[in-house]
Design a protein around this ligand. Sequence first.
Ligand code: 475
Length: 862
Amino acid sequence: GKPKWPRGDEKAWKEAMRDVDTDTPSITRSIVSHVQTSLARQAYNLDDFGAYQAAALSVRDNLILNWNETQLGYTKREPKRAYYLSLEFLMGRTLDNALLNLGLKDQYKDGVKQLGFNMEDVLEQERDAALGNGGLGRLAACYLDSSASQELPVWGYGLRYRYGIFQQLISPEGNQLEAPDPWLEMQNPWEASHLPVLQHARLDIFLPPQLPRLDVTYEVRFYGNADRLPDDSGRALWHGGQEVLAVAYDVMIPGCYTRNTNNLRLWESKPKRGFDLNSFNAGDYERAVESSNSAAAITSVLYPNDHTTFGKELRLKQQYFWTAASLQDILRRFKNMDKPITDFPEYVSIQLNDTHPTLAIPELMRILIDEEELSWNTAWHIVTNTFFYTNHTVLPEALEKWPVPLMEHLLPRHMQIIYDINLFFLQAVERKYPGDRDRLGRMSLIEEGFPKHVRMAYLACIGSRKVNGVAELHSELVRTTILKDFVEFEGISKFGNVTNGITPRRWLDQCNPELSALISKTLKLEKSVWLKDLYKLKDLLPFAEDPHFRKEWAAIKQRNKERLAQHVKTFLGLEVNTKAMFDVQIKRLHEYKRQNLNIFGVIHRYLAIKKMTPEERKKLNPRVVFFAGKAAPAYYIAKLTIRLIVNVARVINADPDTKDYLSLYFLPDYSVSVAEILIPASDISQHISTAGTEASGTSNMKFCLNGGLLVGTVDGANIEIAEEVGENNVFFFGHLAPAVEELRYQHLYHPVPIEEKCPALANVLNQVSGGLFGDGSVYEPLLSTIRQGDYYLLSDDFDSYIAALAMVDEAYLDNTEWVKKSIRTTANMGKFSSDRAINEYAESYWNLEAIKVPTTSNFLTG
Ligand code: 475
């Protein structure tokens, strides 16, 4: 018979079991208990950091209980599950978000207050988990929040990098310097730590709420040989080479006002054995240590390049390590259900976040053919019904390609499979378009050359059930440019769009608590309602006509501006004029995003103010311009842009003629946490990419949700934001996407000197060359990208950009109308909740249903 469960005395179990206790006394008790035992600290020497650790551990206890119930519920119900494979999860801080989603913020605030701590200071102790570069990584984090909040059985899979995105320092000359981001240590690399060594060693176990699963491990092979079996089974034996171990670390993802708590599983690499005994015995100590080093190196660092590919072997190793471990885990979970393997796509959907996890396609083929012994066709049918591919950029330099020799060396079996996929695929293309050699060359997974390369976007495309872009225009560009031939061949219905979204929990409730409270009060709704149904914001529209409401709305914006000014004061020691209009551009530095256009616009304004009489100046509305963002360490032009911004700031902030009317700040070390301060404080924000280059953008959505108005090009999600909020509430400028190709052609073959084409911009460039902001020769490489070629069309868009900024000035003069625009913008942002986006994936792609976890515990019965 079945063993008795629970073991022992059921009553004893029941009495000892705890559930989530949400009253302040229980919370205080739990925090203090963690201070006493988990941290082994005393009340008398507890500092903010200790209080933070104890509070985080106490919250983590709650998350674990919810997480257990959720996973138990999923296991019992055997639902279809979806997995989000992303090499980046830009999570930011966790504690505040967890408290808000659990609905326990007030109780914890009271709890820590009773113990003598201020919640704000406690929350400030947490370091960001910055395991991502920018938009793509933050999108993954928002989708996890929405999956849990929508009660969808979704897990994320990623890597547990020891070092996240680098910390950015700005040298006195204005150069970006990079320092490692050891986010798992509490130590700040810029200052010596005063805390006991013991806590250094233990910290990574506690923070952020993640759980090492030392029992969940898988082996992953690299290199070696792949021998096809001598029968006609199509199978091969892959042997030899290096084997490393993947160890799971689980990060709990709480849903908003639900017990559902999903999982983000991050893999850490370690050597299969501490050291290789054979080589050790042979006296080759060096080699033994080497192999253990190289295994651990796989998950040591996040690559800091966005929108470029570098072809580094370690990056490819990261990609395979992560996809191989994740697939083994997914297959094991599937097999626990005892279903035929051909049912796999009925129970599993896997979303590929860009091409980074594309190796999952040949890896699943390998497992199904070589290990499960399925036929090629059966395996391919399973694979192409399991995967879904999201493209995030059409920039040619960002499209992943791996050298064939590197692939053959590192993953010999996968390279065979890719060749086979290519062969069958091109045979089918040939059947549809007989004799069209050009087309075969264009569509081949293998790009000819020395060496040949594997085109990962094509592999992701043909191996997936569906392909999507991240905003309407972008998806159309995917269909008509990079994947045009594939649309023709496979039919248009495979190629869709899911416009990106952002979580209103972090990007409104958490970063702008006053606005959130005003919205709840005005709508007469609990925030638990409208935060999960963001279209409810529409009911704010009539209040745009209410002077009292407008006053409250404007006062909150003002206090958010003061909060930002306080931050700048604390971290840069600079005063900010909070009476001015706040104008913000924060994103990765890239030529296509055109921070250059913005800084040249600032210089243009500066020169204009210089020419004015004091009387004329008094009529101006003052403006403060903020920049923040990191440049890829090897991206020379982007780093020069930072240097120019910093040196322009130095000159104009010190100029007595202008400083009351225009000032400029570059905030170093941009992060999720810095964004949470900047975004609620903006009057306008800039999203000014060359048309057709910014796939979507997501910070545009965050600014507008917080009542900031948008200055932008007709690109990415800007277009859909304007559709929602009304074109009269955004400031559009610049050429449209269809014009770009022709303009670039003109630049190349009929160049017009910039002095003729755009005198205003020519003047700005000449001032920079002439040394107005320090040695002009420093900036020559940057200036010549515009004077020659001007690939990103600054000279074509500069005049209309300046005109748009003038319209902003004009509109800002009418404060009442401005506040109305701000309110209407927020009110119309419902579409951009990541809940809407994740539901589109769940319904139209994954065929996934929500599973609500019961609030009462099933712990005993299972
Ligand atoms: C787009 N990152 C945004 C956002 O969809 C869009 C590329 C290669 C290697 C590492 N990182 C990358 C990206 O391509 C990326 O972040 N793309 C961004 O994805 C979410 O909103 O327009 O640029």
